[in-house]
Design a protein. Structure first.
Length: 511
């Protein structure tokens, strides 16, 4: 009924417009007809009459005008419908984009929270295992501790792979070029995996005509990650024979250098079908590969994406039973800095860091985390005061002097972010105190964010003892600690009495 009324109203409007148009046509046609027939071309003895002109106009103009008006109305309706459809589609696209962005944010927040929640208890597991491994243990117990550490390291590798894949898919993983020595990076990877190769009685060699001190501008962290994945797989899938890693350089366009790293093994090899799907996420040779060798199948997928982000790629040539050759390439720029070595790029010393008399304020709301850190640094001679949140840390800083603050980020009452802001904003003499963040925040940008807030260093959980001691050494070395901290890389001779502990006791008595 409503539609019929609308159609009737539309017809009435069209008729009105038709009448108006017809009147306009008559108003234009009649003067023109008179001018032509009655004046310019008037026939002799013929009286001008407009009847025929009016009749023809009334017969032709109304239906033609009605048709044009109706078609114009339909065109307007079509255009309005298209505009409405376009607006609706645009709204749907914007809603879909907003939903995708919200889903991405939710995914990132979920991964960040899960990473934090997993790393916190894992810090206790791996920390205690590291502390146990440094004690006198019988062979059976030491093997158990080694199993705990290896299992924890595997879990950490899986967690890091999932986080890296998520960051790559979200476009949040960035390549950070710095001046570094590619040959030194290869030697670091060689030193890392040499014990595993020796355990399987495998030959493990590196080669290349690249000088150790040749520096290029690239991302050494991501480069080592890719090479480590390739070498790790080579060690994993090789039962006998050996592994060869070679490094070569070649010129590229724009004055850049193409770095090529080949990892060849004498392992189980693969057929063409397996090689074709090898770089897909969560993909391995077959189901038995996961059961026999372990792993998530993420390492190669992540490595190829990283290689392509660095202007290169990863390819493979393999035959079943004859081993595999993986070739990793990326582009490097000429060095932009001085020849001095980057402290972050150098491997941490394996020797103990002695912190004789260093007064350390350890701030963490988790008692297990505090216990782990205490077991790591107290044997080095550090004098530790504990706090459970940022407010307690500030109160402790007001009571007594410290040389270093180890600060968790997520804590009740006052978190580490607010605590470091207040430390750096105060007018007290401890405003420039070295503060190292100990946190389970390990997503992209967390290190940069915390350093930007004023942290002097960053150590992610689970805490590695060597990394913690190395970071403390750099922080204390740069800060000239007030308590007269002596930092040394050489371990003291074990004579039954810990000289550093004795000196620390003397410092406490004197101070």
């Amino acid at each position: 009924m409503l539609s019929a009324d609308k159609n009737k109203a539309a017809v009435v409007r069209h008729l009105r417009k038709t009448a108006i148009v017809t009147a306009i046509i008559l108003a234009v046609v009649l003067p023109c007809d008179y001018l032509l027939s009655g004046v310019l071309f008037k026939a002799p003895d013929h009286e001008y009459s407009a009847v025929l002109t009016i009749a023809i106009t009334l017969l032709v103009a109304p239906p033609f005008s009605f048709f044009l008006i109706q078609q114009g109305s339909r065109l307007e309706a079509t255009q309005a419908s298209l505009a409405e459809e376009r607006a609706r589609r645009l709204a749907e696209v914007e809603a879909a984009r907003d939903a995708a962005e919200a889903a991405t944010r939710s995914k990132s927040e979920f991964l960040a929270n899960m990473s934090h929640e997993i790393r916190t208890p894992l810090n206790g597991v791996l920390g205690m295992a590291q502390a146990l491994s440094s004690r006198e243990l019988d062979p059976e117990t030491r093997a158990m501790v080694a199993t705990i550490r290896d299992s924890g390291a595997t879990l950490m590798a899986i967690l890091n792979d999932v986080l890296d894949l998520s960051k790559i898919e979200a476009g949040r993983l960035e390549i950070t070029p710095v001046d570094s020595c590619p040959m030194q990076a290869i030697r670091q990877v060689h030193a890392l995996f040499l014990p595993a190769a020796n355990e399987k009685h495998l030959r493990f060699d590196i080669s290349g005509d690249v000088p150790d001190d040749l520096r290029l501008s690239y991302d050494p962290v991501r480069m080592r990650q890719c090479v480590s994945n390739l070498v790790s797989n080579a060690v994993k899938f090789t039962r006998e024979g050996g592994i060869d890693v070679s490094l070569s350089l070649s010129p590229a366009e724009g004055g850049r250098t193409r770095v090529a790293i080949a990892v060849a093994d004498t392992g189980i090899g693969m057929d063409e079908d397996t090689s074709a799907r090898l770089f897909q996420a969560f993909s391995q040779a077959d189901g038995s590969t996961t059961r026999e060798y372990g792993g998530t199948g993420l390492g190669l997928a992540i490595s190829r994406r990283l290689a392509r982000m660095m202007g290169g790629d990863i390819g493979v040539f393999s035959r079943p039973g004859h081993g595999s050759v993986f070739t990793f390439t990326f582009l490097a720029d000429p060095p932009v800095g001085t020849a001095k070595a980057d402290a972050e790029d150098r491997p941490a010393s394996s020797g103990a860091t002695h912190l004789r008399g260093a007064r350390v304020l350890l701030t963490d709301d988790n008692a297990v985390n505090r216990q782990v850190v205490r077991m790591f640094i107290q044997p080095q001679g550090a004098i530790i005061t504990e706090a459970c949140n940022g407010l307690e840390a500030l109160q402790a800083l007001e009571r007594e002097p410290f040389d270093l603050v180890l600060l968790d980020v997520h804590m009740p009452v006052m978190d580490g972010v607010e605590a470091i802001r207040r430390i750096r904003a105060t007018s007290e003499n401890w405003r420039n105190l070295p503060v190292i963040a100990l946190t389970a925040d390990a997503m992209a940008g967390d290190r940069e964010r915390l350093i930007g807030l004023g942290m002097s260093g960053y150590v992610s959980k689970p805490i590695d003892q060597a990394e913690l001691l190395s970071t403390i050494s750099r922080a204390l070395g740069a800060a000239a600690p007030a308590a007269g901290v002596a930092v040394s890389r050489e371990p003291s001779t074990d004579s039954g009495v810990n000289l550093d502990d004795l000196l620390a006791d003397l410092d406490r008595l004197a101070g």
